[in-house]
Ligand binder design. Sequence first.
Ligand code: DAH
Length: 358
Amino acid sequence: MDNLASLRDQVLTAAAQAATVADLDEVRVAALGKKGQLTGLMKALSGLDPEARRERGQALNVVKDEVAAAIEARKVALEEAALNARLAREGVDITLPPRPEASGMIHPISQTMDEVIAIFAQMGFAVAEGPEIEDDFHNFTALNIPPEHPARQMHDTFYLPPQADDTRYVLRTHTSPVQIRTMQEQAPPIRIVAPGRTYRCDSDMTHTPMFHQIEGLVIDKSTHFGHLKGCLIEFIETYFELSDVPVRFRPSFFPFTEPSAEVDIGCSRKGGELRIGAGDGWLEILGCGMVHPNVLISCGLDPNEYQGFAFGMGIERIALLEYGIPDLRTFFDADLRWLKHYGFVPLDMPTVTGGLSR
Ligand code: DAH
């Protein structure tokens, strides 16, 4: 009997000291498993005479039940402690906001570019890019603006110091050189828009030395002025989110297009407030035309085979109009209060179907 009592004490102590459920399970198997000590004692009962077997069997059963209950109780305690530790470790403060508040803002220029690109992308235009430091050929000559042409004076060009061969690079005065680079690099059909920075030596309420334009170019075999009009009217209605903006194509001149037009949209100026839409006023927003045969020839295209249209638009101008920002120069003051007021939330990506975040 003594050995049973000491076995009981030994198992109960081991169970109480088990630090994990796995340790505890080892204690259980050693005592109550198939080859466990108590199981062994139970098996040995068969060798006893009936009287002794009953007595011994009862005693064994009491110990067995007591040990099994102690192990079970310890198991529940250990599992509960493990769960509490895990809850403490993986605790989540559900009072915190789900995502830290975004503190940066998208500048209205970037936002406007993204909006314009989204609209033209919807119409199947790809985005093209070119360098801001341009050579004379791409910025002028290939665009049918030969040396001594008066249009060169109109551009108030920033020239870089002369090279050894006396040629001078310029800060591109418009995004039109990207037309040339695109036609040199890829075969028609071409349908691209080229957004980017442009530079002219000019500064007042409505001009800054650095500004942004977006250029468009479509070249294939049958594109005509009707396509140009349809494309730009569609753009204007989508951008200003108005289905009935009056649009006027006014004959104009650009060396690189023939015929050329400037596009005006209707507006009213009642009470000093400018409103896009029907009214008695007109606002010029872009220049366009059919690509001049000389431009096609400069790019190695045969004007008897290919034709197309181009357009160029000032980003600041249409941003001012859409967001009602009064002074162009404030775009570049880097004033954080201004940006907080006119800026856009970074996660609001403009799309034509999803909305142009306004
Ligand atoms: N490059 C012109 C400018 O900066 C804008 C322009 C007008 C671009 C007509 C064009 C166009 O592609 O066809 O004033």
